[in-house]
Write a protein that binds this ligand. Structure first.
Ligand SMILES: Cc1ncc(COP(=O)(O)O)c(C=O)c1O
Length: 384
């Protein structure tokens, strides 16, 4: 794809729009600092009342009875897989996801089997999942890429049930997302969230498991604290690890969870400007949120009609129009990553094409209308 060579207008030069930005309001920083002072004074720095409150509030936010806080989205996935006794079995994983989804499968002693991506949602299609099922398949992990919950989630959940395998959601991108009133994390046996700083809400580093299954929640609590039967006993009954979330992290998470609805509303305003702007472009099409779906726009994903020189496109948008594109989801499918080549089985052509042909527009809570307009203008000029 050849990019048109136009000059930027003086109106837009000199103002850089970042790809992403974390927002902590000044009063929220103060609230967090005061509570961190309090836990420093009390000495209760881990597995305390703020961690418990964060779990309760997050569970309520997802409409789930149980939430278990851990120190990352990676550990939350591994703990779920260990609690489900996935060791020695196959777990289906989308090939277009972050390294951690498949790495957690390997760390839990299971074997990842990669599934091609759905061009509509960037998730997986039930027919592709069904083709990969064997007698060794224990379950499937679906990922709500960029916060988009696929319109086919009910079919995927029904397929898992029919075939007697479990469905786990890697909802690392999907805080506050839903389909038909069902929140991300509530479609299968368990959902896993990440609070890494790039995410829509953060607690610096952290993760959360949500589930309706009381036994799974109990197992998760055992695994996250060195496999101990309880906090006060020293009987180690599982091969756990230190996957605990500290109180300062929980305090940050509590405040950001409170701000989550307004942060999502802000992102949705930006997305609405992009939706209308992109509808005028011939070479770029936005992914569509399904009817009855709510997307948090962790990423705003748009697909180019032709395969671009993405590096050149990014350079031109940044240098001439001050627009920084966000990281792709994902630049390369996992079956192409050297560490996972041993698990590759058969071609996954949709991912080969779409991983190379999409871009993610800048989006963050607090982005102004003017900034969103500037992005649309730059795309009109550079992509057309
Ligand atoms: C899809 C996905 N799964 C899992 C993770 C792992 O989360 P964490 O970084 O909190 O370990 C991430 C990202 O950070 C992710 O994007």
């Amino acid at each position: 794809m050849t990019l048109p060579d136009k000059d930027p207008t003086p109106a837009v030069s000199g103002r850089i729009i970042p790809a992403a930005k974390i927002q902590f309001l000044p009063e929220d920083r103060l609230w967090i600092a005061e509570r961190i002072q309090e836990v420093l004074e009390s000495g209760q720095l881990t597995l305390g009342r703020y961690g418990a409150a964060f779990e309760d509030k997050f569970a309520a936010f997802c409409g789930m009875p149980h939430a278990v806080a851990v120190n990352s989205g990676t550990s939350s996935l591994e703990i779920i897989l260990r609690s489900l006794e996935a060791e020695g079995k196959d777990v289906l994983v989308p090939t277009n996801t972050f390294f951690a989804t498949a790495a957690a499968v390997v760390h839990a002693g299971a074997c990842p089997v990669f599934v091609d991506m759905d061009p509509e949602s960037f998730g997986v299609r039930p027919e592709d999942v069904e083709k990969k099922l064997t007698s060794k398949t224990a379950g499937v992990i679906v990922v709500h890429i960029g916060g988009l919950v696929s319109g086919r989630m009910p079919e995927l959940a029904a397929l898992a049930e029919r075939k007697g395998i479990w469905l786990v959601e890697d909802a690392a991108h999907a805080h506050g997302c839903s389909l038909g009133g069902t929140p991300a994390g509530a479609f299968g046996i368990a959902g896993s969230f990440s609070f890494y700083p790039t995410k829509v809400m953060t607690c610096a580093e952290g993760g959360m498991i949500v589930t309706r299954d009381r036994r799974l929640a109990e197992e998760a609590r055992i695994y996250r604290d060195q496999g101990k039967a309880s906090f006060t006993q020293n009987a180690h009954v599982r091969m756990g690890y230190n996957w605990r979330l500290s109180e300062p992290h929980a305090i940050i998470g509590l405040k950001h969870l409170e701000r989550l609805p307004s942060m999502i509303a802000s992102r949705r305003q930006t997305a609405a400007i992009y939706d209308s702007g992109l509808s005028r472009l011939r070479h770029l099409a936005a992914l569509q949120v399904p009817e009855h779906g709510i997307c948090n726009y962790y990423k705003y994903i748009a697909v180019l009609r032709e395969r671009p020189d993405r590096k050149e496109l990014k350079n031109r948008l940044r240098e001439r129009y001050g627009v920084s594109l966000a990281g792709e989801v994902y630049e390369a499918p996992l079956h192409r990553q050297p560490v996972f080549e041993q698990y590759a089985s058969g071609p996954l052509p949709v991912s080969e094409d779409l991983c190379a042909r999409h871009i993610c527009l800048p989006i963050f809570s607090g982005m102004s209308h003017e900034q969103a307009d500037q992005v649309v203008y730059a795309l009109e000029e550079v992509v057309g």
